[in-house]
Design a protein around this ligand. Structure first.
Ligand code: SF4
Ligand code: SF4
Length: 150
């Protein structure tokens, strides 16, 4: 493990105090936040589909152009400590959300296992469950809502 990530830093300080390296390392790579979602007009309900952003690599569940993600996809989530605290639509397993709630990371989190693929191996990512937006007609999204999101 990177020396700067030792000693379970996530238990010792608030999200705001994480270094940029620590902040990025907290993401478990589940890619659930890269799924297309449907919202009620009043924003009260959010449903997730099995349709994933075109920039996601379906083998690694990682963004293929992470540095430019917000230019490529204006809707791409810009996660901050504040958003982690209030975004109840993020999956309950989202590492930022868990820490914002004062909880620990799950056993399969890469920071605990030392294995960058452990989220995928634990079945906690979208791996094997999604199709790219490039293969789907936008009008069909309503038929692609999933029940495994959370
Ligand atoms: S839902 Fe949270 S932990 Fe999963 S990829 Fe998105 S930011 Fe990372
Ligand atoms: S641009 Fe990258 S990080 Fe953003 S939704 Fe698409 S795949 Fe996910």
């Amino acid at each position: 493990m990177n020396a700067s990530l030792e000693n379970e830093f996530w238990k010792k300080k608030p999200l705001e105090a994480f270094t940029p390296v620590e902040w990025e390392a907290v993401c478990d790579g589940c890619s659930k936040c890269c799924l297309f979602k449907l919202k009620q007009e009043d924003g009260s309900t959010v449903q997730f589909t099995n349709v994933v952003c075109r920039y996601m690599d379906q083998q690694t569940c990682r963004c293929t152009d992470y540095p430019n993600r917000h230019q490529n996809v204006p809707d791409c989530v810009f996660l901050t400590p504040g958003l982690a605290r209030k975004a109840d639509w993020l999956p309950s397993t989202c590492a930022y959300r868990l820490l914002a709630q004062g909880k620990d990371l799950p056993w399969w989190h890469p920071l605990k296992t030392g294995d960058p693929l452990s989220t995928k191996k634990a079945g906690a990512s979208v791996y094997g469950k999604v199709v790219s937006e490039t293969e789907v007609d936008e009008d069909d999204l309503e038929d692609m809502v999933v029940d495994w999101f959370d």
